[in-house]
Design a protein around this ligand. Sequence first.
Ligand SMILES: [Zn+2]
Length: 350
Amino acid sequence: MELVLVYDERHKLHRDPGDRHPEGVWRVEDSVAELRKSGAWSYVRVVRALEPDYGAVLLVHDPDYVDWIRSECSKGFHYVDADTYVTEHTCDVAASFAASTAEAAVRSVETGSPWFVMARPGGHHAGRRGPAMGAPTLGFCVFDYAAIAARTLADLGYRVMVLDFDAHHGNGTQEILWNDPRVLHIDIHQRWIYPGTGDIEDVGGSGAEGTKINVPLYPDSGDENYSWILANVVEKAREIFQPDAAVVFAGFDAHREDRLTQLQVTEATYSLFGHYLRKLLELGEMGGLVSVLGGGYGRGMVRSFRSYIEGLLNITSEPEMRPVSPGRSVEYGVSRVLSILSRTVQNLKK
Ligand SMILES: [Zn+2]
């Protein structure tokens, strides 16, 4: 199998001149350099990003928000809120990666090859009109790549699973897809940290109930818990929903070395997720897979990215893990939302 990697050095045009922001240029550069050291690299084909396409952006964002953020970008480097900076190039860079993620999703279902988009800045906290679900800021994000790819595929008639394993809740993605029964959105995140949303009781809007699955985790949750979630949440929901393709918001900030979170995940979890998704493609359970880079703010992200790609390409052996439930509240909430999802899927078939 070949993996297509969308890498474009224009990501460096989104840069804090003092390099003080945790979402730095090094995240993409060092991750790609690490992957080059792997045997996986001979199965990777690198392509550039597309030119900026605001039509793709407007699939999920309001014109007023897009006009506002573009006017902010035109002013040059500054913070638009307490967390999020832009430069004169940020909007075009993000619109390039938005177009590329949508294109990657379509190409992946056409060819069956997995794609990975090395996008910066972030994506999943950007809602329809900017900050989402009451969040105070854009959380380093400008345009929601995963939602754009999911909407693109859904409009072509595909059923889509969005898997967001970034350690923060994807509030922008959830807000955008809330009422869309064509997209299953599973979000695994640390509870009580930014943006504060992602309650297990939040299961989707009218007609889409059960298609939004939130898995909030206590600090210190680790590999064994993620292994349990993969088997008992992700795979069970996938069996019920039967997606044609997956869009992964691949944040590596659940790693134990991350500066912004308190989870205890190691590279093994990302390898496990890579192996899981590869097997779905190989078995024909899914026709396409696009992953887009999410968070990751410590050195662990670089190795985690490599482990994920090595799992996707079957370069390393699959880690063996003992699945451990992350707690009764998650177990109870998940069984409830899966039964709601089953009813919704039955209704959609009628
Ligand atoms: Zn994150």
